[in-house]
Ligand binder design. Structure first.
Ligand code: NAD
Length: 272
């Protein structure tokens, strides 16, 4: 594989210094930068930076592999520390760069006014919320009505996104080898009149979800950190995408180790 690198970085002071050192190391190793047609995208910053890098290069997933350097706390998509740049650049020079791929979420937004459907990809999740009003939506699984949802909103996440917003709204953490998406409720209304399942569900890659909105205004749709401006939206369809994201896996951390590191830490160290 021809090595051509693009760097996506945040604007933090430490990141700027790291990018400077990275550029020097890449030049010494004879690895060229090509921001338009890269084969490796190096993200320097945090998970948010990697999400931006993904969206910047999502049309080139067939040829691009990602690698994340973190300049803050350990991230979920960032494997390398800022002081390990030389080792990381050396690992890119190996004949055979190993990679690991993860599922992505396909989001298709349909409009009541006949506007063509819009297709997007999410690496973490997509959410639907409705301003300050109760969101009312019919949830279909594979064309069959499952429930009428009333509440603040819904989150639909990928396995790697399950540790992000999904976890904050009570969703389960899903191992990324499971090719599935997760639907989690955000503050559902549940009483003697209104009823939803009330727990997150995991939907396989053979199935799809359709969310049919009962009103046409005040909605906010997010795809990762992007707010999708929409008008007259009426149906959103979710499924596991054909495309996958590939990461350089030279030093990919064991998923459960990463979960423990991020959320539990060294619990004995907390004991008095
Ligand atoms: P950001 O970069 O500030 O990220 C917010 C936090 O989410 C950071 O601590 C980041 O490390 C963490 N994060 C991102 N992806 C993660 C993942 N896959 N697993 C575990 N932690 C993850 O903010 P941003 O650039 O706006 O990032 C957008 C993401 O932030 C969204 O995709 C959403 O998942 C997450 N988010 C979470 C909440 C919440 O938990 N209440 C609210 C808003 C956004």
């Amino acid at each position: 594989m021809e090595l051509k690198v693009a760097i996506v970085a945040n604007k933090e002071e430490l990141t700027i210094q790291v990018v400077y050192r990275l550029r020097r190391l890449l030049a010494q190793a004879g690895i060229p930068e090509d921001p338009l047609q890269p084969t490796i995208v190096i993200s320097v910053g945090g998970d948010g930076t990697l999400l931006s890098a993904f969206h910047q290069y999502e049309a080139q997933l067939y040829q691009v592999r990602f690698i994340g350097v973190h300049t803050g706390h350990l991230g979920f998509y960032t494997d390398w520390r800022d002081y390990e740049l030389a080792e990381m650049v050396a690992s890119l020079q190996n004949e055979e760069i190993k990679s690991i791929s993860y599922p992505l979420l396909e989001v298709k937004i349909g409009y009541a006014n006949g506007k063509p459907k819009r297709r997007l990809l999410a690496l973490n999740e997509s959410t639907i919320k409705r301003g300050n009003r109760t969101m009312v939506a019919d949830v279909y699984i594979k064309d069959e009505l499952f429930e009428r949802f009333r509440g603040d909103g819904l989150s639909i996440s990928t396995p790697t996104g399950s540790t992000a917003y999904n976890k904050s709204v009570g969703g389960a953490v899903l191992h990324p080898s499971i090719n599935a998406m997760q639907l989690a409720e955000i503050a559902s209304l549940n009483n003697r009149v209104f009823r939803t399942l009330g727990s997150p569900i995991v939907i396989s890659d053979n199935d799809w979800l359709q969310i049919k909105l009962q009103h046409s205004s005040d909605y906010q749709v997010t795809v990762d950190q992007l707010d999708i401006p929409q008008d007259q939206m009426d149906t959103i369809c979710y499924r596991i995408a054909q495309e996958r994201i590939r990461f350089v896996s030279t030093r990919h951390m064991h998923f459960w180790h990463r979960v423990k590191d991020a959320f539990i830490g060294d619990s004995e160290a907390h004991e008095i």
